[in-house]
Write a protein that binds this ligand. Structure first.
Ligand SMILES: Nc1nc2c(c(=O)[nH]1)N[C@H]1C(S)=C(S)[C@@H](COP(=O)(O)O)O[C@H]1N2
Ligand SMILES: [Mo]
Length: 519
């Protein structure tokens, strides 16, 4: 140590505010990019950013999750990721600002970030120990970059005598980190992309069922009158899941393990399923989070095998109650064994949708589809495990979070035309929409305008009991505001209750109503 204790006050060598904040943000960028690069090799979900987001989803209370799905719809995850980004950048900048004199506050925060990433990846059920390399890379890169840039910047800020570093060097180092982080992040994305499921899906080719679903008659929808098309295009089919990044499973890596209360455990490979005689069924799926009037209802021609066939091969033991299915990403679902075994219901292990292999976001290579039950108890995507068990022994993902165990789809109807608050010419106004009561069938839809008489709507041709039906009716509308309400009656004789219930715990009820203006 020199004797120059009178060295100018440390204030002189404090980093400028913007430099300090930038250091924090640069270290964050380097950390995330390094993690993403390594995740390209060990599994994209090991990327600390995604792992933390996925962890946040799993920890979010039901009400908040339901609110997010309702408010942001398909963008809920984008909103979450953007929100996380804003918070992280802010914390990183503050960490930098706290480190104007010594690097320690920043290093502590960077390490804290790293530990959160490690815990989040560790907690993922779909990742193995190797995946920890990604958050580890983040931690090391974050600490190293912060320490390195801080030292450079401090040297530059120090009194001229001691200075061996020019401002230019610091800026160059900062720019180097930016470029490096960009390259690493993009590299990770590229590597992950080359190992994704798209090429595997393309290699599957056309799936040709031996028993195709009956052709959909032309009068099965009133698309020209303002209802949806009977069969929903894959690109338009609603999507609901907890996965931040869509699981990428290649057929060659996929298998389905069927075990539990069975006589013999079986493991099916993709070829074992694809090479069976495939059946095709037209089924309307609905999400329990669908609010009255909501959009989480769609119809497709699913191609696959009978779940009952697989269960029979394994030999289900007496006393079995629950078919507990697990997705590759750890999500779980519990379906009644009775529904899965009931041949009249036609539960499927589906590998195709509307003539194509399942789209990746709809569960490629394989998913469950059990007609008549809400998706969270019947429709596991990216399914890799079926355990035959009891209700007591296993609790599925949403059951643990307060949703019901038994969740048959409730009879509902929706007005599609006119749109809410639309202005239409007065005179004849056509009201059209959809109704569903899967596995029971729709018998009647009635429509009421301005608290007048209920009028029976024209129904589309019934395709099968597991699909929606379309309806329309015409009214004379005088100029001014009007309200329309609809209600369906199913084939059991049940008429939709007007009592409003929320989606939790087992599906919303109530009549859909819209207001429109005639002029
Ligand atoms: N792996 C996995 N499968 C899942 C879910 C999920 O979160 N993860 N969500 C379920 C729910 S709640 C519904 S409604 C349906 C939706 O299927 P879709 O996205 O193909 O429409 O998938 C079900 N299968
Ligand atoms: Mo759902």
């Amino acid at each position: 140590m020199s004797t120059s204790t009178a060295e100018p006050a440390a204030t002189d060598s404090r980093l400028r505010r913007w430099v300090a904040a930038a250091l924090g943000v640069l270290a964050l960028a380097a950390a995330l990019a390094a993690g993403h690069l390594v995740a390209g090799f060990v599994g994209v979900n090991a990327s600390p950013y995604l792992a933390v987001g996925n962890g946040a989803i799993d920890l979010t209370p039901v009400e908040l999750k339901d609110f997010a799905v309702r408010t942001f719809g398909t963008y809920d995850k984008l909103v979450l990721l953007s929100g996380m980004a804003v918070v992280m950048v802010a914390v990183a900048a503050v960490a930098g600002l706290l480190s104007r004199r010594t690097p320690w506050p920043g290093l502590v925060v960077v390490t804290g970030f790293g530990l959160v990433g490690l815990v989040a990846v560790y907690a993922r059920p779909d990742l193995d120990a190797l995946a920890l390399l990604a958050p580890l890379a983040s931690l090391v890169a974050g600490v190293a970059v912060f320490g390195f840039l801080h030292r450079l910047a401090r040297r530059e800020a120090a009194p001229a005598v001691a200075a061996g570093t020019s401002r230019r060097t610091v800026l160059l180092a900062g720019a180097g980190v930016v470029v490096g982080a960009g390259l690493a992040g993009a590299g990770g994305q590229l590597v992950a992309g080359s190992r994704d499921a798209a090429s595997s899906r393309a290699a599957v080719g056309r799936l040709v069922p031996v028993r195709t679903a009956p052709v959909i008659p032309a009068d099965a929808d009133f698309a020209k009158l303002g209802t949806p098309a009977f069969v929903t295009r894959n690109a338009d089919f609603y999507r609901v899941d907890t996965a931040l990044s869509v699981p990428q499973v290649r057929t060659e890596d996929w298998s389905l393990r069927l075990h539990g209360m069975v006589d013999r455990e079986i493991r099916y490979g993709y070829g074992d399923i694809r090479n069976r005689p495939l059946v095709e069924r037209t089924i309307t799926m609905t999400c329990v989070s669908n609010e009255v009037g909501g959009t989480y209802v769609s119809t497709a021609n699913f191609i696959g095998v009978d779940l009952a066939d697989l269960l029979d091969e394994a030999g289900v033991r007496p006393g079995a109650e629950q078919l507990y299915s697990t997705s590759v990403d750890g999500w779980t679902s519990g379906s009644p064994v009775a529904a899965a075994m009931d041949r009249g219901r036609g539960a499927m292990l589906a590998i195709g949708m509307n003539g194509e292999p399942l789209p990746i976001e709809h569960g490629f290579p394989a998913r469950l589809v059990i007609p008549g039950l809400y998706g969270y108890v019947s429709a596991t995507k990216w399914v890799t495990e079926l355990e035959v068990t009891t209700w007591q022994a296993r609790q599925a993902y949403w059951l643990k979070r307060g949703w019901g165990r038994e969740a048959p789809i409730k009879t509902e109807s929706r007005i599609d035309t006119p749109r809410g608050f639309e202005t239409v010419p007065s005179g004849k106004v056509r009201v059209a929409g959809i109704a569903w009561a899967q596995h029971t069938g729709i018998e009647r839809v009635e429509v009421r305008v301005d608290n007048g008489e209920w009028r029976e709507a024209m129904l589309s041709r019934q395709v099968n009991l597991d699909t929606w039906r379309m309806w329309w009716v015409e009214f004379d509308a005088t100029p001014g505001g009007h309200q329309v309400v609809c209600r369906a009656t199913d084939k059991s004789g049940y008429t939709q209750t007007d009592e409003r219930a929320g989606t939790v715990p087992d599906g919303a009820t109530g009549w859909h109503s819209i207001n429109f203006t005639a002029q």
